[in-house]
Design a binder for this molecule. Structure first.
Ligand code: V07
Length: 255
């Protein structure tokens, strides 16, 4: 019975049309893509089928974000903690960039999307790195939406590495402690060059940050949905953006 009610609640036709103003679109949307395994389990399918469908949702969300005029989309594809999962699952996940390149990339190239990756990519298997590098190179002259994958990414590790770098520069005498500012730290994080996310979305009902972009989301609006990531579509993104606009609306030109 509860399952029936949950299914009814998540039905698409329940979603009401949302009004979105073109003047206040979040420039940078970041997404924690949670619930691939749970989505599969509910259907009696193996977890990897959930990840596969999660990859399709990445393309759907990218096209939807591009259509709305979002400039930067950062997706949490693999965390530094995900290595603790069963080896078979990790091996499968590490093949997804290869599949993404083969199956999804052409359509994104047509839409002028540029792919980037942030994380400790040196620790990735060589086939993963090759696919990721090919996706980056094939899209580097594109001028549309920037699709930034967080891959082997951890927020604390990013801060740790940044602090170690600053410490080394101080020790080498090329930086003084007074020169450490928010702007300098921004520029030396893995996201260096991207504006902070305006909107953070997490799917699958969990309300945690799970070590994602800890420094960068200091002022982001947070939006959560019970939908599992493989179900995520344009309607969800529009709901999130509409809510973002309600929360950030200012009268009298104050912003
Ligand atoms: C992964 C699909 C999305 C749901 C969350 C986990 C599984 C796309 C990529 C990817 C990464 C880099 C790149 C091109 C594609 C990816 C992993 C997992 C490890 F250059 N989806 N996806 N990578 N999932």
């Amino acid at each position: 019975m509860i399952k029936r009610i949950q299914e009814w609640l998540s039905r698409k036709d329940r979603q009401v049309p949302v009004e979105i103003s073109p003047d206040n679109i979040p420039r940078h949307v970041a997404i924690i893509m949670d619930g691939n395994g749970r989505w599969a389990k509910r259907r009696g399918l193996p977890r990897i089928v959930g990840h596969q469908n999660g990859m399709k949702a990445v393309k759907r969300a990218t096209i939807a974000a591009n259509d709305l005029g979002v400039e930067f989309l950062t997706m949490y594809a693999f965390s530094t903690e995900n290595w603790k999962r069963p080896k078979d699952e990790v091996d499968f996940l590490m093949r997804l960039p290869v599949e993404f390149l083969a199956i999804e990339l052409d359509e994104l190239i047509e839409k002028n999307v540029q792919v980037r990756v942030m994380g400790d990519t040196e620790a990735l298997p060589s086939h993963t790195r090759r696919a990721m590098e090919e996706a980056i190179v094939r899209t580097e002259s594109n001028t549309g939406l920037i699709l930034n994958f967080a891959l082997n990414y951890g927020g604390r590790k990013e801060i740790e590495d940044c602090m170690r770098g600053l410490g080394k520069d101080i020790q080498a005498g090329v930086l003084s402690p007074e020169e450490i500012t928010s702007e300098l730290i921004d520029s030396r994080l893995l996201s260096g060059g991207l504006p902070d996310p305006d909107l953070l979305i997490r799917t699958s009902g969990e309300m945690r940050l799970s070590n994602f972009m800890l420094w960068q989301i200091a002022y982001s609006e947070l939006w959560f949905t019970d939908a599992y990531w493989p179900e995520f579509d344009k309607a969800h993104l529009m709901q999130a953006v509409a809510e973002y606009q309600r929360r950030t609306r200012r009268y009298g030109g104050l912003k």
